[in-house]
Design a protein around this ligand. Sequence first.
Ligand SMILES: Cc1cc2nc3c(=O)[nH]c(=O)nc-3n(C[C@H](O)[C@H](O)[C@H](O)COP(=O)(O)O)c2cc1C
Length: 356
Amino acid sequence: MPHLFDPLTIRETTFKNRAWVSPMCMYSSVNGLIGEFHHAHLGAFTTGGAGLVFVEATGVVSEGRISIGCPGLWTNEQAEAFAPIIKLAHENGVKMGIQLAHAGRKGGTTSPGLSDHLMATPEEGGFQIVGPSQLAFEGYAVPRELTTAEIKQLVKDWADAASRAVKVGFDVVEIHAAHGYLLHQFYSSLSNHRTDEYGGSFENRTRFLQEVVVAVRHAIPEGMPLFVRISASDWTDGGWTIEDSIQLVPILKQLGADLIDTSSGGNVHNAKIAVGPGYQVHFAEAIKGHTGVTTSAVGMITDPAQADEIISSGKADAIMMAREFLRNPRWPLMAADVLGVEVEWPRQLSRGKPAK
Ligand SMILES: Cc1cc2nc3c(=O)[nH]c(=O)nc-3n(C[C@H](O)[C@H](O)[C@H](O)COP(=O)(O)O)c2cc1C
């Protein structure tokens, strides 16, 4: 079995190790455009030894942003703003991924920490939110139900955003279909009460996600990995289950998805989630075990030995970490030392390498 610092090849892309930076919203973009903060924030990860660094949830359309401070990829200018960060990552042998998202009924908020109210007003740049059905997420505005024509247009928007990501040099595209955002809202019957071909049966509820996977796969090169982040469970009676995920994943794989980034929850505010160290690893393990599809595990993974054990025991193929990377952006350099693995440090940082 491989270890945390062994390379992983998916299609024609080789990641130098399996310690990856999970997407994290930073609520610091203006009109969907990233700026100086992102250069410092993502720059620290690109010199920190991770095999892959993900950019946060990035709206495929303006109304798809989680908050008015979230980045977008609906213009070429937005895409080109990532070029210097991607260049720095590549100089350090690090791959860059972007998570393409639509927030649906959980969109249109103010930036956390900058406002005393949740939904952004039109004067602040807020917008009408949309969803599969007119069902609000607790505390959010009531979404407008998307028409069939609008769904079909969004599939194209996802593909266009993916094309921009390819053009600017991203190595991986991830479709965000987790955490109660639009695609998850469709596949979970808790949020989808439609009666057309996008609601009702399992096949209908997963149709939108399947169409996005097909469209994005066609928009990116054959050799480029395509990831899908799913919520493996709604942790709620009557909601999406791990059994549903095990049914869905081989379909996504057959349509061109390469890795299932296995998260959970986010679609209802009162889900009973059993949170603790590595609390979602068993979902990644179940998906990998039942389907044979490559997975990454995420959620309260913080310790080098813990991360290495998840890989070496075959529970998942890669680790995604979020909050630990906020505390220590160069976690992999330290983790390699703890695990006794020799890794190359960026030339500029080499004097910080622990003495043997
Ligand atoms: C500040 C912050 C922002 C996040 N933004 C995103 C996001 O944009 N997309 C996403 O899929 N998950 C997002 N997440 C969830 C993380 O990617 C990760 O799945 C979660 O925090 C659990 O991992 P951790 O215990 O290592 O933090 C965010 C988490 C944090 C802490």
